[in-house]
Write a protein that binds this ligand. Sequence first.
Ligand SMILES: Nc1nc2c(ncn2[C@@H]2O[C@H](COP(=O)(O)OP(=O)(O)OP(=O)(O)O)[C@@H](O)[C@H]2O)c(=O)[nH]1
Ligand SMILES: [Mg+2]
Length: 365
Amino acid sequence: MDSLNILIFAAIAVLALIVLFLVFKKKKVEIQKPVIEEKKVTEAAAPKAAPVAPAIPKVSWKDRLTLGLEKSRSEVWGKIGNLFSTGTASLDEIEEILYTADIPTGLVQELLGKLEKDGKGKGPEEIQNLVFGFMKDKMAPIQDSIHSHVFNFDKNEKKTRVFMIVGVNGAGKTTTIGKLATKLNSQGAKVIVGACDTFRAAAVDQLQVWCDRAGVDMVRAKDGADPSGVAYDTVAKAFAENYDYCLIDTAGRLHTNQNLMDELAKTKRVMSKINAEAPQEVLLVLDAITGQNALKQAQEFNKALQLTGIIFTKCDGSAKAGSAVGIVDHLKVPITYIGVGESVDDLQLFDLELYLKTLVGLETT
Ligand SMILES: Nc1nc2c(ncn2[C@@H]2O[C@H](COP(=O)(O)OP(=O)(O)OP(=O)(O)O)[C@@H](O)[C@H]2O)c(=O)[nH]1
Ligand SMILES: [Mg+2]
């Protein structure tokens, strides 16, 4: 019996040892587990190096203009000096280049006459200066008539200025209004926009996107509403609530469509019922690519609306940016803004000296 007891005791002891071993082992595992997880968490939460955003250098207006006028400079205006002074091209060939850039006949003949009279024996740069002087003489008297105080926002001048923006389809009216609204708002002006292109719902939505982005107010009506009514409501609100700028977008139309041109004249008249001065500016948006046809458009819009200024857009799209000279000279209406691309910074007040020097490739200060 004694030996049996010893055997049972020994078996119980072995079993106890096994249980103890197993319990201890489990505990060890349990203790280790969180340590492992903690490590994992620590790794996951470890701060990563902040992504380095590529530094996008702010492109100056001068550089944007230089780039925008590149085609017009390299294909037309920038090479006249070299062609003429070295005799690489005859006057006939220079004449042809100017015509392809949509410069009206009268101006081309006048410029060629000047080259012949004053350019003989001169170097390329002197010729470029001569071309610059010629164009400046043509444009400066008209550019001087610009109402610069209207375009440069002055917060001390409590006045509502209404700009009516017109032009043929796709010239860049809505985009220009979006750019202008953004600029004026960032200068501290209180801006309201009237969505008077009620023919297309998409046109109003396009403008809404710009206005939301710019953080400016917009008056919109139901699709198909009378555009003059929308203009009236917008201008009324602008004066009643002391907005600094009221920008009126209009539907694009062909200058040859008399009904649509009459409708535009009516929209203009309606605005003046609220304030005799409104709209202070009637601005025609001209697409530089249009070239010679731009002059015809401008003449018709001027006849119907007595334009106060031109916004010359898409100068980056062709070699015809120099056609501004012919338009200003013929129409006697100044260019107020110039556009050389689709972003907000690609629109600026027109600076004659800078524009002409950049166009002919002369050093600008
Ligand atoms: N490259 C370039 N594109 C421009 C410029 N200005 C406007 N655009 C583009 O031209 C196109 C037409 O512009 P919109 O502003 O819709 O023209 P719109 O005159 O309002 O057109 P409608 O309302 O249809 O008559 C858009 O794709 C614009 O991004 C510019 O200066 N340069
Ligand atoms: Mg539009």
